[in-house]
Design a protein around this ligand. Sequence first.
Ligand SMILES: [Fe+2]
Length: 289
Amino acid sequence: MTNYEVQDFFHSATATLTYIVSNPATKDAIIIDPVWDFDFSTGKLADDAVAQYRQYLEEKKLRVLAVVESHIHADHISSAQRLKNLYPDIKVGVSSRVKEVMEVFSKTFSETYTLSDFDFVFSDREHLVFGGIEIDIISTPGHTPACTSIKIGEMLFVGDSIFMPDFGTGRCDFPLGSAENLYDSIREKIYTLPESTQIFVGHDYQPGGRELCFQTSVGEQKKKNVHIRADTKKEDFVKFREARDANLPTPKLLLPSIQLNLRAGKLPEQDSAGKSFIKIPLSIKEKHD
Ligand SMILES: [Fe+2]
């Protein structure tokens, strides 16, 4: 069996984990969920996180063949295109179910989004090969309909489906999100894997100020996850998840993130002066007595 190497990168401003997975024998690598720094108040994008990936890739002399997005992130902007400019071998991929997310947000932003902005799309149970790296796609909808867990050897990169055992699970209140689907994804797709399977989470919010953790196992999750254990009933999870989601704030970077990430991280088309803009749809809050 291939001995893959994994390097984590923690983006503290958005609590995001990015992973570079490589095959030391062939020097091939893929990047899961890379971040592009963004300051909403100025509109400036910056390469702080990208510089860290570059340093690692260059130190290890790796050849990056793909960026794989676990889903369309609502809390950070993907640096997939920035990386693709630096490393032209990169192909950017996402679940084909992103089409459903595109349909919703086409209406929100009065824009047309198309899967052809991505270099490849994948579906549940697909097996993909990038040089010396083989990945299995496991569709785990719930947080969004297009959420994907990425299995590489005995490692599973779960995106925002499930977090460290002390933080629980991803919110399910985004368009087409579903607590019922998340329960089924976790119970049928993740908890059925061997207990020794290593889980790498997509965010760590460091509850209670504890130190950063991002790696756990299927066995540990089944025993200790605060939202969903091996014996948690579906109705209990759904009730809890929906009640909690009702009180969660909208992510600060939701509007810019969705607009760029649905374009695979490309900036919106430039105007005649060469400038790109994002939209902020306005609405007036109805007052209910
Ligand atoms: Fe997410």
